[in-house]
Every structure is written in structure tokens, then in C-alpha cells.
Design a protein around this ligand. Structure first.
Ligand code: SF4
Length: 263
């Protein structure tokens, strides 16, 4: 996932997974003098939730001596997530649908600001399985190709992404944070309950309880499916969005489509 001289931007939200990743990578990175590490944090603007997470993320960065770059939805898009949720109340999409798309773009903007070669995100094995099922349920199976553990579309505007925890179970990540006494935000996002992802989490955990190891088996199957579909990647041609100029597969990117809905 990494080269010896990479500048790595770790996506740090303030939750346990991203802080674990920051702690582990900052330890490993010390053995590679030509590499460097920074943290990138996105402030989505979620009242009563994100402020605490950003404070905890900043405390961890300071303790580890890692530079932190923060960008916000408000400064990039003109709206906080709370404002977007208010404006789109009856439009059918969940807060997470907006948040996911807008945060991905914001992270990329932050990584460019940081001059990073790679963005490292702390998606766990559980996140990967949930995402795979969500893509199926949303009728977008080809998205699976673009959500692998290491993804690079070779576009100068898009910083390649890697997921070093893609084979780590979420419960192991929780355990690690407690064993290492890493301070992380424990309050869940107020919008999380609305997400289909939550149902996937419960369903997969029940399966794993009844059939230990099934999460790994599913992950291996996804790897094979991804490999078999890799040919489609050739067809994923990127071009600049007609409105904002950011890379996209369609004429107008998803971010601009969402922002147009808010006007
Ligand atoms: Fe965003 Fe949804 Fe995660 Fe909250 S739970 S931070 S709204 S993606």
C-alpha cells in the first residue's frame, strides 16, 4: 500500500479506528526517514458531535507530533451537514448519502492541500463488508471495483487511497484502542441510526456470532468478485466535471448534482 518515501495523509475523524491507524502509522513511519505523515480531518458540521471529535483528533495529533489539516463542509460547499439535512428533509436521501459523497471530495481536497501521495483511511473489515452489501442493495455492484483496499485511478486530481485495516475486525480495533488507552470519541453520530449501514452491521454481527469466520469468508469472496470485475475499470474513464472541474465519470459530478438540489 505504501512506498518508502510516501507523504501519507491519514483521514482522522476522532473515532477509534482512525486514531488507531494514526497511532500505528506514526510508529511505523519513524523507521522510514524519507516518508512523512500528516492527519486530514473533515468537519462536516454536525452540531453536538463533530466538535468533540475534532478536539480529540487534535489532542492525539499534538501528542504524536503529527501535523493536522482540517477542512470543513461550510468552507468548501457553503453549507454544514446540519444545514443540508434541514434543506433536504423530504427529498428521500439520508444524511449519510450526502455526507459520504461530500466527505470523499473534501478529503481529496485536504490531501491535495497537504501535498499527500496517499490517503490512508481506517475502514475495517466490517466497513468493507457493509459497503459491499450496500452497493448491491443500491443496485451499483460495479462500485465494488472502486472501493478496494488500494485504489488508484491515476488521475492527478485524485490522491490514491489505501485501507490498511481492511482485514481487521471492528471489535479488534475497539480492543486495541482500549488496550493502548487511546482517547477516542465514543458518542455516535446523531444521523447514524437512519443509515441502512447500521442494519448491515447488525445483520453481519449476528451471522458472525452464529457462524464464526463468516466475515472473512465473505471478504475473500469479495476479493475474487473484484478481481473478476477488474476489466470494468478500463471503462471507468474520468473527465473534469463541467461545473467544478473535479474528476468524475459523468458529465456533472455527484457533488455538483447534490449542491444543485440545495439551491
Ligand atoms: Fe456522516 Fe452518516 Fe457517518 Fe454521521 S453516520 S458522520 S452523517 S456518514
Amino acid at each position: 500500500m505504501f512506498r518508502f518515501n510516501d507523504r501519507i495523509a491519514v483521514a482522522v475523524s476522532g473515532g477509534k479506528d482512525s486514531l488507531n491507524l494514526l497511532h500505528i502509522l506514526s510508529k511505523i513511519e519513524k523507521d522510514f526517514p524519507k516518508s512523512s505523515l500528516c492527519a486530514v480531518t473533515v468537519d462536516e458540521g454536525i452540531r453536538g458531535y463533530r466538535d468533540e471529535a475534532i478536539r480529540i483528533a487534535a489532542e492525539n495529533c499534538e501528542m504524536l507530533g503529527v501535523e493536522q489539516i482540517t477542512v470543513s463542509f461550510k468552507e468548501i460547499y457553503g453549507y454544514t451537514l446540519d444545514e443540508i439535512v434541514e434543506k433536504t428533509k423530504n427529498k428521500g436521501l439520508t444524511p449519510c448519502a450526502y455526507c459520504g459523497v461530500l466527505r470523499r471530495r473534501a478529503l481529496n481536497i485536504a490531501a491535495r492541500k497537504a501535498n499527500a501521495d496517499k490517503i490512508a483511511t481506517a475502514h475495517t473489515l466490517d466497513d468493507e463488508l457493509q459497503t459491499f452489501l450496500l452497493n448491491l442493495f443500491h443496485g451499483d455492484p460495479y462500485r465494488t471495483i472502486r472501493s478496494g483496499p488500494s485504489f488508484n485511478l491515476e488521475n492527478q486530481q485524485l490522491t490514491p487511497r489505501v485501507k490498511p485495516f481492511c482485514e481487521v475486525l471492528e471489535r479488534e480495533s475497539v480492543l486495541y484502542a482500549y488496550v493502548k488507552s487511546i482517547k477516542f470519541q465514543e458518542t455516535p453520530c446523531p444521523y447514524a441510526g437512519e443509515a441502512l449501514r447500521n442494519d448491515m452491521r447488525i445483520y453481519l454481527n449476528r451471522l458472525e456470532e452464529k457462524h464464526p469466520g463468516i466475515k472473512y469468508t465473505l471478504y475473500r469472496s469479495i476479493e475474487k468478485i473484484r478481481e473478476a470485475m477488474a476489466i470494468r475499470i478500463e471503462e471507468t474513464k474520468l473527465r473534469p466535471c463541467r461545473i467544478c472541474g473535479e474528476p468524475t465519470t459523468s458529465e456533472i459530478c455527484q457533488v455538483c448534482e447534490m449542491l444543485a438540489e440545495l439551491k
